[in-house]
Design a binder for this molecule. Structure first.
Ligand code: PLP
Length: 304
């Protein structure tokens, strides 16, 4: 099959080229952000942490009372099939569960909508360019506060990105690459698309609440244990965060990304710090060795 660099999508039982995939404009997934999603990556022909992503996606759907027709195994097949059809060796693979729309004759309530899955594979994207990762990301602490966890549970992957988007624009205006949002108690939460880690005296800290339980974050916690680096998961007050020796951010779309500036403070001579660099190096080495990998069989016979 010819390679399609634009990618492939799955929408309501059908596979189609990504550019042809659409959703109805009246869908509550779009009109009300009534949707959850997950993003898993493929690198050198293998998924990373596929089962962990599927488990988190199912937890998110349960929490929002979304009940698509597909089982976890079927969703797994959809994702693999999107990658196989796209023939992409490095891919960004998204899966969404949308609320849908209640049928016209039914009460206009989310319980009456038919929920459904869409998925797609497109070429891999990183939230920070290779150049920025090499020199170290420049971050600011945004004035926009992270939406309260009591209102929108950040452990459920969601599209309520108003606060994160506001922070991203604050960063742009400040000439920075990204931002970190605080909660109302001035603890660090996360940034637009990434978790945050601080390093002090060789010890790694990441917030225990107010943030998505990132799969890369989980992998870093495992990596720290393997590398005998102490890692604490606990509240991270901004006062402590701003005294960090090193900072790094994590996302499926980029892996472990060192930070070299926070607000006006320069860290580690304006370069990625030793602990961040070591973890970043080990992360990619381990992935190369097949860590939590699910290889894609690109030659298998088409299913449907
Ligand atoms: C708000 C937010 N936090 C953290 C992350 C990192 O999560 P993961 O490592 O699972 O990609 C993401 C990923 O998109 C995100 O959107």
């Amino acid at each position: 099959m010819a390679s399609n660099v634009q990618g492939f999508a799955y929408v309501k039982d059908r596979y189609l080229p990504l550019e042809d995939a659409t959703i109805p404009v009246i869908d509550w997934g779009y009109r009300r952000s009534d949707v959850t999603y997950d993003v898993v990556t493929v690198w050198k022909g293998a998924f990373f942490q596929l089962d962990a992503h599927l488990a988190r996606f199912r937890r998110s759907m349960k929490s929002l009372r979304l009940k698509p027709r597909e089982s976890d195994d079927e969703i797994r097949t959809c994702l693999i099939e999107c990658v196989r059809r796209s023939q992409l060796r490095d891919a960004y693979v998204a899966v969404d569960c949308l609320r849908g729309t209640p049928a016209a004759e039914k009460l206009s309530h989310p319980a009456n909508a038919d929920n459904y899955i869409i998925a797609f594979a497109r070429p891999y994207v990183s939230i920070m360019s290779e150049d920025v990762q090499k020199r170290g990301t420049h971050l600011i602490v945004a004035s926009a506060q992270r939406i309260a966890s009591e209102s929108v549970d950040p452990t459920v992957k969601n599209f309520h990105w108003g606060d994160l988007t506001q922070g991203a624009f604050e960063a742009l205006d400040a000439g920075a690459d990204g931002c970190v949002l605080l909660d109302r108690d001035k603890n660090v939460t996360e940034g637009p698309g990434y978790n945050v880690f601080s390093v002090v005296a060789g010890k790694v800290v990441t917030p225990n609440r107010g943030a998505l339980e990132g799969i890369t974050r989980m992998s870093v916690i495992e990596l720290c244990a393997d590398e005998r680096i102490q890692c604490e998961v606990r509240p991270l007050p901004v006062s402590e965060f701003l005294q960090s020796d090193e900072i790094f951010i994590t996302s499926s779309a980029g892996g472990i990304m060192p930070v070299s500036r926070i607000n006006k403070t320069i860290l580690c001579n304006d370069r990625p710090g030793p602990v961040s660099s070591h973890l970043r190096q080990r992360y990619w080495e381990r992935r190369e060795q097949g860590w939590h990998a699910t290889p894609v069989d690109y030659d298998s016979v088409e299913s449907s």
